[in-house]
Design a protein around this ligand. Structure first.
Ligand SMILES: [Zn+2]
Length: 163
């Protein structure tokens, strides 16, 4: 099974990833979908880091960082524009808060990657990837809160309104 965090191919049935230690059981597919979704952004970051860390062109890596910074800023702006009514449930505030934490972690990872692009010190790449992973995990948490909020809202609707 391929590790979603580091990309290492582990033999089937292994408990933890041999390289990064992620508990692989958490990424097994279930009927409801992946238990441990990994978002495209993280995967794109990991691949770009692999290329740059493996001696790929630094110009391409820097361009990738610029594009990613731009997208993160856009995402943050989108969330900031969400109008939260004063009587909004705490769950909605929590969801947005956790979403911001995720974006912040991604932004911190980009700072590390920029350090790598000027120093070629692989420690910056490693630190940055760990921060990006934590960002991915916070976004996962925000999605979980979002699903819980939706379930709560549906439960509040009066019976018999459907169909
Ligand atoms: Zn791994």
């Amino acid at each position: 099974m391929e590790c979603v965090k580091c990309g290492h191919q582990n033999p089937d049935g292994q408990g933890n990833c041999a390289v990064c230690g992620l508990v692989l059981a958490t990424i097994e597919q279930t009927e409801g979908g992946a238990v441990h979704p990994v978002y495209d952004r993280y995967v794109a970051i990991r691949k770009a880091c692999e290329a740059a860390g493996g001696g790929g062109p630094m110009d391409a890596f820097k361009r990738f960082l610029d594009e990613t910074s731009f997208k993160m800023a856009q995402k943050e702006q989108e969330i900031r524009e969400i109008d939260i009514p004063p009587d909004a449930m705490d769950g909605l505030r929590e969801e947005l808060e956790v979403g911001f934490e995720g974006i912040d972690l991604y932004n911190q990872s980009l700072i590390q990657f920029r350090q790598f692009s000027t120093t070629s010190d692989p420690n910056f790449l490693r630190n940055g990837l760990e921060l990006a992973w934590q960002g991915n995990e916070r976004i996962n948490e925000a999605r979980r809160i979002n699903r819980r909020n939706r379930a709560l809202m549906e439960a509040e609707e009066p019976a018999g309104t459907e169909g």
